[in-house]
Design a protein around this ligand. Structure first.
Ligand SMILES: [Fe+2]
Length: 216
């Protein structure tokens, strides 16, 4: 059986889709009288968007130069997608502020629609990255090069963003993806660093999954 290629995007994008679906649904469920729920959702949206913005910035810094070499037309579409997403993230945040300033059904519905529009744009963007950019990178570079650049990209993230992404990704992934990803971390991280990761995601995996990871 041939080895699967080094995957840059699938897990982190699964985690981001999961959180986007959750917060969009939560905005749709807000009651006009639920001030605490609205403030909680606003905090969740702001924290998540900070990680989304950081993710796109690091993609531009570390991955875009490879995409420019491999497929310049895809690089242009990827960059344009990041610019479009920046504008829509700002639009959602403006709707968050408005919904907090005047707690009304109209404001909540406007926030819900802004989140749904962002989700639509985001789904098309990650489809491009997962299904067009990634195969172009596989055709142009070997796995060692891709893993090296991915390592630089992850190392550039704030620790809080790495932890947020891990906790978003694990429940969104298949059991096989979780095992492969965490086995790779266990092999490549210093033991104390992996122990920290394990502590954060321990409850998200079954004991049988941990047994497979520890035996890999
Ligand atoms: Fe992207």
């Amino acid at each position: 059986m041939t080895q699967p290629r080094f995957d840059l995007f699938t897990l982190v994008h699964k985690g981001q889709r999961r959180v986007l679906f959750e917060i969009t649904s939560a905005a749709g469920q807000l009651s006009a009288h639920d001030s605490a729920g609205r403030h909680g959702l606003a905090s969740r949206i702001r924290a998540f968007f900070a990680t989304m913005i950081e993710h796109a910035e690091h993609e531009d810094t570390y991955l875009l130069p490879l995409v420019i070499q491999a497929a310049p037309e895809l690089a242009a579409r990827m960059q344009a997608g990041h610019a479009a997403l920046d504008a829509q993230l700002a639009d959602v945040l403006a709707n968050v502020d408005a919904a907090l300033a005047a707690e009304t059904r109209v404001g909540d519905l406007a926030l819900y629609h802004a989140l749904a529009r962002l989700t639509s744009t985001y789904l098309a963007h990650v489809d491009l990255e997962d299904l067009e950019v990634q195969p172009a990178l596989w055709a142009a570079f070997d796995d060692a090069k891709l893993a090296q650049v991915q390592g630089q990209l992850v190392a550039a993230h704030r620790p809080a963003t790495v932890m947020f992404n891990l906790q978003a990704m694990m429940p969104a992934a298949s059991s096989e993806e979780r095992a492969a990803f965490l086995s790779g971390l266990r092999r490549n991280m210093p033991p104390p660093a992996f122990a920290h990761v394990r502590g954060l995601v321990q409850p998200l995996l079954a004991a049988t999954e941990w047994a497979l990871i520890d035996a890999a």
